[in-house]
Design a protein. Structure first.
Length: 444
RNA sequence: CGGGGCAUAGCGCAGCCUGGUAGCGCAUCUGGUUUGGGACCAGAGGGUCGCAAGUUCAAAUCUUGCUGCCCCGACCA
């Protein structure tokens, strides 16, 4: 991509309405623009990042055995009346009346719709276990939208639903998602801590929030530092591993503000292991058994010929919120650096030459070369002053830069990781360096 | 929903108190110079002053109503 052709409206000044750094950065780097209160357009730069996160989320869901489908944003109110949530959900649900005076709503979540799909199409325990998910825009009419896409009204969410014939199996599905979430956030470069949570309007009797550490987060959290050392890569999706994983987390103290009990914290966790910090909720999983299958009559046959209400769980990840959450977690007030797995471009080439001079030609040489080898690369081919080019790319947070200027010999390029000193490499070394960084042969 | 604030060029703001030809910085466009940390010179374009009504010879400015947005609190991926 040539910067001169890329739709990337940058803002030099800090927009006055943005109070937190992720919101400021997302506006300044041309990722998003507000359409109306709590509703945003995603511009090309931001959309690229959103898509990359979505891709990682999808890959881990698939790996955990969930199947992707796509449900609509607009739902009929009928099924919500069946489940009893039409009145219960409250004003957060956006209700719409169409020209035939039918009551519709913009889905804030999809338990009812997926249950309807399930009951209409699955009759036997033999079809279970089943996990279905989609990645779709949701609308929740927040009382007070704020902080950009962190707490907005229309947001992109991945939601998975599990169906099982027994409570035991259902809890196993729950644990699968538990593990999938840890792996997902880790891949995005974030440390997520699962915490027991209130079940809220979704309901049920088992629930975890996944909170990533960020000192600007909204929730205060209290944890035993030991939880930070649990590595999801040590666990697989078999029953033994999954049971051990939850046991491991249950060993250590971790709680959000509202569940925190300081006496227990002090007693159970040694002083040196106590960590009180802030975090951002990026995922929430629920086991709720027959809460929806009962009123909505989602029945399956058991091996002994009886009908039972299917056991269910639901599992959400705030995909669009994650974009902001990554910034909150990774921006250190000096520079932003996108994690390698979700960076919108693998590398940026900053050409300090002017139109059609030798430096510019040399810049395009390396650009073509890297691009041909499969990397996503952006080149600054504008006539801006060098200082303004550097500032722009610092803002964009692309983790690696190749700087082409007059100080270099014929085959040499400067290679710079954001936040580190530049090193000088020749053309072929740059390619191998990039392949090494991005694990290219493994196709990550 | 309660409390506070704002609305003037794409962005950030001044002008309003005390009514009288719509202004500044950045951005944009043209020409030229410049190029290793937000360059310089010269010129240009861009606004029914959020909407509606009222007062007045005259309203961005005063009055009333409406709408939108932001901030602080209770809820949430």
């Amino acid at each position: 991509m040539k910067l001169s052709e890329f739709f990337l409206p940058l803002i030099k000044e800090v927009p006055s309405e943005a109070k937190i750094k992720s919101h400021q950065l997302m506006l300044r780097s041309g990722m998003i623009r507000q359409s109306t209160s709590g509703i945003y357009s995603w511009l090309p730069y931001g959309f690229k990042i959103l898509k990359k996160i979505e891709k990682i989320v999808r890959e881990e869901q698939d790996r955990a055995g969930a199947q992707e489908l796509l449900m609509p944003t607009i739902q009929s109110s009928d099924i919500w009346k069946e489940s009893g949530r039409y009145d219960g959900y409250g004003e957060e649900m956006l209700r719409i009346v169409d020209r035939q005076k039918r009551e519709l709503l913009y889905g804030p979540t999809n338990e009812e719709l997926i249950t309807q799909i399930f009951r209409d199409n699955v009759k036997s325990y033999k079809s279970l276990p089943l996990m279905l998910y989609h990645i779709q825009w949701k609308f929740r009419d927040e009382i007070r939208p704020r902080f950009g896409v962190m707490r907005c009204r229309e947001f992109l969410m991945k939601d998975t639903y599990s169906f099982d014939a027994t409570e035991d199996d259902a809890k196993n599905s729950y644990k699968k998602m538990f593990l999938a979430y840890l792996k997902t956030f880790e891949k995005i470069g974030l440390k997520a801590i699962p915490m027991e949570a209130e079940t809220g309007p979704i309901g049920g009797d088992l629930s975890h929030e996944f909170i990533i550490l960020a000192d600007t987060g909204e929730s205060q959290i209290y944890i035993d530092k030991n939880v930070l050392d649990i590595k999801s890569e040590d666990f697989n999706y078999n029953k033994t591993d999954l049971d051990n994983l939850l046991k491991k987390y249950n060993q250590y103290y971790s709680a959000t503000d509202d569940k925190h009990k300081s006496e227990i914290f002090e007693k159970k966790v040694s002083k040196s292991n106590q960590l009180v910090t802030k975090g951002i909720e990026v995922g929430h999983i629920f086991y709720f058994g027959q809460k929806y299958s009962n009123p909505m009559r989602a029945l399956v046959n058991t091996p002994d010929g009886k009908n039972i209400n299917v056991y269910m769980g639901s599992y959400g990840i705030g995909v669009s919120r994650l974009v902001a959450a990554v910034i909150e977690a990774k921006y250190n007030d000096k520079y932003m650096k996108w994690p390698n797995s979700i960076t919108p471009f693998h590398v940026a080439i900053i050409s300090l030459g002017k139109e059609n001079d030798e430096i510019q030609k040399k810049s395009f040489e390396i650009y073509d070369f890297i691009k041909k080898n499969g990397f996503d690369v952006i080149i600054d081919d504008t006539n801006d002053s060098p200082s303004s080019k550097f500032k722009n790319f610092d803002l964009l947070g692309i983790p690696f830069q190749i700087i082409v200027g007059s100080k270099l010999k014929a085959n040499e390029y400067e290679f710079k990781e954001i936040g580190a000193d530049a090193i000088i490499l020749d053309k072929s070394k740059i390619l191998s360096k990039l392949k090494e960084i991005y694990n290219f042969d493994k196709k990550i």
